[in-house]
Ligand binder design. Structure first.
Ligand code: NDP
Length: 299
């Protein structure tokens, strides 16, 4: 049976470092990390995510503000708000909750964020830094950054000689995950919907990351015995066993069959998910340290 990688525990570890480092920063510089979360419209899932980010920021001792714009807000209104936040010295991290309504150009909005406040790591400056091997000065997207900490806990910081396969090539997860693994000296392949013989490829991986959005796609016989399996997927499926109309969350990995083969595996829920929000707090603290011109903690 695989070892369970407990994302909740690891996330608590990150949050406790963020809290203590925040206290030190405030004591030394009087700078309190500030995060602004911007949401447009009333998508219930986005509201839940935004609320939990705000709660976590307060728990960390941050100054936290939320800006809620109506579904009908114009691109100009949103850009004006971003400009205001870019120029607000009390705000070190700006997060625009995605997706945005269709009439707003998402890319235009993200690229308008000051790269020094881009704690989501989506601005091209940060994407470029990570791609050029300068993860230390970039903001790295929170989900792959959290997944990478989980991998480092299993294998250390140097993945020399290990083979990694990332299934999924999104800008939010797959591509930055590739760059992080490559920077740590793993030999990395990125698979996607056009990949042939995916099962054989997956079976070659010492480290297998699934970021696909397809419930329980990766089966136990896709996993190399002893491999580390990181399941990024969050999918809601019907759960009639819990009652009529009930649902449950599952990952992109078929946990029950994979845990029999893997060496270590993340559960869903309670795996990569909690790490994502913890890394958002870590990135905001780092942004505040940079603004205050003091060395930032490493996570
Ligand atoms: P995207 O939909 O942006 O990307 C999915 C990727 O999977 C694409 O590259 C796609 O290939 C590939 N893919 C789709 N079908 C197949 C297939 N049959 N075989 C191989 N590859 C396939 O998703 P995200 O990267 O945004 O998210 C992936 C998953 O992670 C989702 O379940 C999402 O909910 C979850 N997630 C979880 C987070 C967390 O905090 N834990 C945060 C972000 C996402 P192609 O490019 O060819 O279309």
């Amino acid at each position: 049976m695989a070892k369970l990688i407990d994302g909740k525990l690891l996330a608590e570890d990150v949050i406790s470092t963020v809290k203590s480092e925040t206290e030190k920063l405030v004591a030394a510089t009087k700078v309190t990390p500030g995060i602004a979360v911007v949401i447009v419209g009333e998508d219930p899932a986005s509201q839940v995510y935004v609320a939990s980010k705000g709660r976590k920021a307060k728990e960390c001792g941050f100054h936290s503000v939320q800006h809620t714009l109506a579904e009908t807000a114009t691109e100009q209104e949103l850009l004006a708000l971003i400009d205001e936040l870019n120029n607000d010295p009390a705000i070190h991290g700006i997060l625009v909750q995605l997706p945005l309504p269709k009439h707003i150009d998402e890319s235009l909005v993200i690229q308008a964020i000051n790269p020094d406040k881009d704690v989501d790591g989506f601005h091209y400056i940060n994407v470029g830094k990570l791609g050029a091997g300068d993860a230390a000065s970039a903001f790295v997207p929170c989900t792959p950054a959290g997944a990478m900490i989980m991998i480092e806990r299993q294998h250390g910081h140097d993945l020399s000689g290990l083979t990694a396969v990332v299934i999924g090539r999104s800008n939010i997860v797959g591509k930055p995950m590739f760059n992080l693994l490559l920077s740590a000296n793993a030999t990395v392949t990125v698979a996607h919907s056009r990949t042939k013989n995916l099962e054989d490829l997956a079976r070659s991986a010492d480290i297998l990351v699934a970021a696909v959005g397809r419930p329980q796609m990766v089966k136990g016989d896709w996993v190399k015995p002893g491999a580390t399996v990181i399941d990024v997927g969050i999918n809601r499926i019907p759960a009639p066993e819990k009652g009529e109309g009930k649902t449950r969350l599952v990952g992109d990995v078929d946990f029950d069959s994979a845990e029999k083969v893997a060496g270590a595996i993340t559960p869903v829920p309670g795996g990569v998910g909690p790490m994502t929000i913890a890394m958002l707090m870590a990135n905001t603290l780092v942004a505040a340290c940079r603004a205050a011109k003091v060395p930032a903690p490493k996570f």
